[in-house]
Design a protein around this ligand. Structure first.
Ligand code: UD1
Length: 388
């Protein structure tokens, strides 16, 4: 409690440390930081773990989404899942131990989310997890282990859909800790979709005139693939590349390639097959280019979590190249279809999506652009309630 000059008391602002590390964290943190900044009950500090460090995987999103520079960068860089997690924990512990924020906020399911929530909970600093309760039930995904552990150690769990609330309750979490707030990633989408980069401008930037002409005539599909289960196993990656080559004979494809995927494609000498087909391979794209391409696409082919949600919000049919999804609401209500990991089923599903009207779906509840304000309200209410 602080006093003003006239002697009346005012509430001091809560100190919240916000963690980002990998690309998908940045679209989630942008609206939360904006809502925190607009609220004088909260003073936020931004800590970047450095899990993603390239300009194309991190820097450009700060610029495009108006995220202020991090207050602290831990610069941990690449490594195995364990190496990354351990390095983040070692670097973050002294930072949190000396400053002892009122709360630590983590988003999503990446290694940075896991590492930071473990450090804070061991220091008895309350943790809020935004995007809690998602489960693929597939523990071969590093993200699934991260989700389970982060939710176990979090004190306040904020969810993107009602099914996630029900999941957490089934796992024994106290219902008072869980609140459905909607989807902060869609806050960012709705705030930026009006000024996304025109499709033809982006295509012209990365390709020859001939590819642009064919996209103007036939439309195009957008592809992102980077999950270890799809790209780390050479036979699986080869099969998927062959399926994409076949699909591109009917629909030109733009493949925004993650660094992990590029390395595996080059190791497998598959780049020649892609470049001989009607497939434009680009580096990882910035947000306003990616959203522009997604909005104009006839079809998306992906294994990303974020793209499943963004295509649902944009009404673009999406084929997810996985056997499961932690985001079932995009299948039940949105435009997403799980096609499994077999290249043959991907090929069949794409041909079928191109010859039938694609899945249209509806926008899930509370994916309305206001989720970050609800996050802020719940964080303040939690801290007020637990004030000692
Ligand atoms: C991570 C997340 C995943 C998320 C994805 C989005 C985990 C377990 N996984 O996976 O949930 O969907 O980010 O991109 O946290 N690399 C670069 N530059 C960078 C970052 C990475 O070249 O800025 C390369 C490195 O060689 C690295 C590889 O990409 O080995 C993979 O990066 P990593 O952070 O290990 O995992 P992602 O596959 O990106």
């Amino acid at each position: 409690m602080l006093s003003t000059n006239d002697g009346s008391s005012v509430l001091s602002a809560y100190q919240i440390d916000c963690i980002v590390g990998a690309r998908p964290n940045l679209m989630k943190i942008a609206p939360i930081l904006r809502a925190f900044t607009a609220n004088d009950r909260v003073k936020a500090r931004l800590i970047h773990t450095g899990q993603h460090y390239d300009d194309s995987m991190s820097g450009i999103f700060f610029e495009e989404l108006g995220i202020r520079p991090p207050d602290i960068n831990l610069d941990v860089g690449s490594g195995t899942n364990t190496e990354q997690t351990a390095r983040i924990m070692l670097a973050l512990e002294p930072v949190l131990a000396s400053s002892r924020p009122d709360m630590l906020l983590v988003v999503g399911d990446v290694n940075s989310t896991l590492a930071a929530s473990l450090v804070a909970s061991k220091l008895l600093i309350p943790v809020v997890h935004v995007e809690a309760g998602l489960r693929s039930n597939d523990r071969t995904m590093p993200e699934e282990i991260n989700r389970l552990v982060v939710d176990r150690v979090s004190d306040l769990l904020l969810t993107t859909d009602q099914a996630a609330n029900e999941q957490l309750i089934r796992e024994g979490v106290d219902g008072d800790q869980v609140h459905f707030v909607g989807n902060v990633m869609i806050d960012t989408l709705l705030a930026n979709v009006k000024h996304c980069r025109p499709v033809l401008e982006t295509i012209a930037k990365y390709s020859s005139g001939a590819f642009k002409d064919v996209c103007e005539r036939k439309g195009y599909g957008i592809v992102t693939l980077h999950r270890p289960s799809n790209v780390d196993e050479p036979a699986q990656l080869k099969g998927l590349v062959e399926a994409l080559v076949d699909i591109s004979e009917r629909l030109p494809l733009i493949f925004a390639m993650h660094p992990r995927t590029r390395a595996r494609i080059e190791q497998g000498e598959l780049d020649g097959q892609l470049s001989a087909a009607q497939i434009l391979v680009t580096p990882p794209l910035g947000y306003i280019e990616m959203i522009g391409l997604m909005k104009g696409a006839r079809l998306a082919i992906t294994d990303s979590g974020g793209v499943q949600e963004e295509t649902t919000a944009l009404g673009v049919p999406c084929l997810t190249v996985r056997d499961n999804t932690e985001r079932p609401v995009t299948v039940a209500e949105g435009t997403n279809t799980l096609v499994g990991s077999s290249p043959n089923t991907l090929r069949d599903a794409a041909f079928s999506a191109l010859s039938n009207p694609g899945k249209r779906g509806r926008i899930p509840d509370l994916w309305d652009g206001q989720s970050a304000e609800r996050v802020t309200d719940h964080v303040i209410a939690y801290l007020d309630h637990n004030r000692s």
